[in-house]
Design a protein around this ligand. Sequence first.
Ligand code: CMP
Length: 138
Amino acid sequence: MSNRTFTMIKPDAMADGHAGAILDQIIKAGFKIVAMKQTRLSIEKAGEFYAVHKERPFFGELTEFMSSGPIVAAILEKENAVADFRTLIGATNPANAEEGTIRKRFARSVGENAVHGSDSDENAAIEGNFFFSAFERF
Ligand code: CMP
């Protein structure tokens, strides 16, 4: 089990002014920030990041949305990081997310759901490497 996960604060939460509150909740839950940046994905880069969802009906909507504005990308560290972070953010669809979770508090909808969290240790490493070089991790 690895102790790192990867997250993005998505364009909806950025536009709604929730980045600070989301980072505060993440840090208070015990996650350390190993790397962090504000950036913006092109539609091509969003397609590369979400390549596993290429055949899904919502792929076009997803890549358009994820390239629609700035995001914050971060690598987070904590014991049991992947599973604990998924608990903290709640279900993909905010309508099904537990009270107090980041998606319940801040997400707009299943597509515009405020934050991303890696679903496995393997993907956490791949996704972290997509955004950050070794020199950007502290
Ligand atoms: P995330 O966990 O970041 O990775 C895949 C994303 O696809 C997911 O968050 C949702 O934002 C998006 N997604 C999943 N299901 C749907 C759906 N039914 N309609 C639109 N977007 C979706």
